[in-house]
Design a protein around this ligand. Structure first.
Ligand SMILES: [Zn+2]
Length: 369
């Protein structure tokens, strides 16, 4: 049976980007509560690990020392700094109380998961507070202060690991792609809503890497309203052959759930049924699996989908009925969606056609059979 680690801490949700911001820390708290109340964290093959802060030296595996220092000083209330130059300010990336502590704990969590996998103490480790794929070396972007994905990949690369990164967040994983754009030691794959219709506006098929990295960045931009079957077709035709050809020691996955049809920030139309199939597919493709969280702004959905993810990771069939206490606090009754997106036959046909074109274009560009 697969040994699974779950990295968490109340420190991850003690502070957040503010009441008006979509990145609500409740997403993390509720996921922890749901998994606890479902009994999933007490299984014999599961270990629960308390998240720690990353050190400045660890953050510096990807970020500049100046940015790390500025982030700490902004977090401590030093308003003399030009925050905007580093991507901070009102809007996507506000400075908030204990920002440095909170965000470096998300990186620490992912590093702990990476270390457990590297030392072969588990087969899969879930740092569900991580997956902050937009963060740049010296700037915050898209709700992401520190890029835990890039830091952990650097940490593993330094130990001789060959890594594939698969990003199923609805947004293009630009920060991670850019970090490894010129190396053949990391394959990055991002499946996302087309950059012409969504932040960050990148992730086109023609972005394939440069220099030694040519061919090692793979992008699958999908049209708005891509629904379960169309998405899964794109995934199945591209991701398994690309991963097989590359042959990674560890597969890092960013499991943003903002592809869901109820997500308020994006326009794909997936349900929890597709999410669960993706988790199963990734489990089968990852010899060792570093699983990270990511986006997902429908607070009602995020805990359910990540609970399903951890059920797959730890090979547990979770009860379908939400625990009574959870229902009382947050509403809902079932783990899986009880409704479907309302898409006409004409829309589905249009999506199918567009998705088939993208699949063909990606296969041609990357020489996939
Ligand atoms: Zn996202």
């Amino acid at each position: 049976m697969r040994q699974a680690a779950f990295v968490t801490s109340p420190k991850l949700w003690a502070h957040g980007h503010g009441p008006q911001h979509p990145m609500k820390p409740e997403r993390l708290q509720r996921t922890f509560e749901l998994l606890s109340e479902l009994g999933a964290l007490g299984a014999g093959n599961v270990s629960v690990i308390e998240a720690r802060m990353a050190t400045p030296e660890e953050l510096a595996l990807f970020h500049t020392e100046q940015y790390i220092d500025v982030t700490r000083r902004l977090s401590d209330g030093d308003f003399s700094l030009p925050a905007g130059r580093y991507g901070f300010g009102p809007g996507d990336n506000p400075v908030f109380t204990d920002m440095y502590e909170t965000e470096s704990t998300k990186v620490g969590s992912t590093l702990q998961a990476a270390q457990l996998l590297f030392e072969q103490q588990c087969d899969v480790a879930f740092s569900y507070a991580g997956g902050l794929h937009h963060g740049g070396p010296d700037f915050a972007s898209g709700f992401c202060v520190f890029n835990d994905c890039a830091v952990a990949i650097q940490w593993l690369l330094a130990r001789g690991m060959r890594l594939a990164y698969v990003d199923i967040d609805v947004h293009h994983g630009d920060g991670v792609q850019n970090a490894f754009y010129e190396t053949d030691q990391v394959l990055t794959i991002s499946i996302h809503q087309d950059g012409r219709t969504l932040f960050p506006g990148t992730g086109f098929v023609a972005e394939t890497g440069e220099g030694d990295g040519a061919g090692y960045s793979l992008n699958v931009p999908l049209p708005p309203l891509t629904y379960d079957q169309a998405y899964l077709r794109a995934f199945d035709e591209i991701v398994p052959p690309a991963l097989e050809r590359f042959g990674a020691d560890i597969v890092v996955t960013q499991l943003g759930v903002d592809t869901h049809y109820t997500d308020p920030l994006a326009s794909l139309a997936l349900t929890t049924a597709a999410h669960e199939q993706l988790y199963r597919a990734l489990a089968g493709l990852a010899p060792r699996w570093l699983a990270l969280g990511g986006g997902g702004y429908a607070v009602e959905l995020v805990p359910r989908s990540w609970a399903l993810a951890f059920g797959v990771m730890s090979e547990q069939t979770l009860p379908e009925t939400l625990p009574p206490q959870y229902q009382r606090h947050y509403g809902g009754t079932q783990l899986h969606d009880q409704q479907q997106p309302d898409l006409s036959e004409a829309i589905r046909l249009r999506v199918d056609e567009a998705v088939d074109q993208v699949i063909a274009q990606v296969k041609r560009t990357h020489g996939l059979a």
